[in-house]
Design a protein around this ligand. Structure first.
Ligand code: KG4
Ligand code: ZN
Length: 336
């Protein structure tokens, strides 16, 4: 390993957030994200609008990340970027800028898998999890239980067979007339509500998830109640949010508990955008205390999509000497 300072400029553009970060010797110096508000009214991300917003945001975001870290482009020793999975048009923007920077600065280029980076968000601050640990990665596009053997060696033990947990939040929000992304809004409403409505738990194999059936039962439930009282949603929003959120949190905790029992691993992390959910964070920590787990949850800024986690993942690839060349292209369905 070279003794020189390793300064990584990391770029994330897989979905609807444009983010850039500077990581020095594995430590995040700056982590800047431009969120896109154009999707709010549509109930989901519109890919073409996302790509156009990335184009507008990417250079200013990189500039701010450099300034915030007190670095110049000439200080950067490698560029890390999200290669996939994600939206093709969104990924193209980040990948193209990463390649152009690496070419013009004549420095190495490191590809990063977005979901591995969510897991490695646990290495943004001490204490670091001990290997092997389990990670429940819950985002807008994925829901996974991952056995993390090493920074770059991860096995997926279970995943969703249909919708992701974040999608369950966002699609429920759409039915309730809430803006996208609805996860944080449901989280807020749920804090004022009670778990009085019950929804059936999905029947799938022990480590896998399914949220599509839950979505359908919420839809039928709302249709039935609205037929009786057209104001049902307005009058019961907090209780509906609390009931849906509790159901999702219960499913997630049940599955990660089974994974812990099967593997005997008690070092367990929570990652991905949905790990910003206040009820999930609390229930996860309480569950951990009851079951003798050592739990890890990243700070909020490292839960939702951010380039800091891409830079951390890029740093460990860099230490292993794993680089890519200018022939690299985005991989929307990149395998872990
Ligand atoms: O990891 P992420 O930023 O992007 C993807 O890789 O998908 O996750 C975004 C997801 C969205 O579905 C959003 O609604 C959800 O994370 N989310 C939340 C909360 N904050 C973000 N879900 C529930 N409660 C929250 N507080
Ligand atoms: Zn993500």
């Amino acid at each position: 390993m070279s003794k020189k300072n390793i300064v990584i400029l990391a770029i994330e553009s897989s979905c609807d957030d444009t983010s850039a970060a500077i990581i020095e010797n594995g430590r995040v110096l700056s982590n800047k994200t431009a969120n896109q508000t154009v999707h709010q009214a549509y109930g989901g991300v519109i890919p073409e609008l996302a790509s156009r917003q990335h184009l507008i945001h990417i250079i200013p975001v990189i500039d701010v990340a450099l300034k915030d870290a007190n670095k110049k482009l000439s200080d950067v020793t490698a560029i890390a970027f999200t290669r996939g999975p994600g939206l093709l048009g969104s990924l193209i923007v980040g990948v193209s800028v990463a390649k152009a920077l690496a070419l013009s600065l004549d420095i190495p280029l490191v590809e990063v898998h977005h979901m591995q980076a969510h897991v490695l968000a646990h290495f943004a601050k001490l204490p670091f999890p001990a290997f092997p640990f389990l990670c429940l990665t819950v985002s807008g596009g994925h829901t996974q239980i991952v056995k993390v053997n090493d920074y770059t060696d991860m096995e997926i033990l279970g995943s969703t067979i249909d919708d992701a947990a974040g999608e369950a939040f966002d699609k429920t929000g759409k039915m309730l007339g809430l803006d996208y992304p609805a996860g944080p809004i449901i989280d807020q409403w749920a804090q004022k509500g009670r778990h009085i409505f019950k929804f059936p738990e999905p029947q799938v194999s022990p480590l896998d998830f399914s949220f599509s059936g839950l979505k359908t039962s919420i839809l039928y439930f709302l249709q039935k109640e609205m037929a009786k009282d057209p104001q049902f949603i307005q009058e019961h929003l907090a209780d509906i949010c609390c009931s849906v959120q509790t159901t999702i949190v219960d499913i997630l905790l049940k599955k990660i508990s089974i994974a812990s029992q099967i593997t005997g691993i008690k070092h367990i992390g929570l990652a991905g955008g949905v790990s910003a959910n206040s009820a999930l964070r609390l229930a996860f920590e309480q569950h951990g205390l009851q079951h003798g787990w050592t739990t890890y949850i990243p700070d909020f800024e490292f839960c939702t999509d951010n380039a800091g986690m891409i830079g951390i993942a890029g740093y460990y690839q860099y230490l292993k000497g794993v680089f890519v060349d200018q022939s690299i292209s985005p991989s929307p369905r990149m395998e872990m």
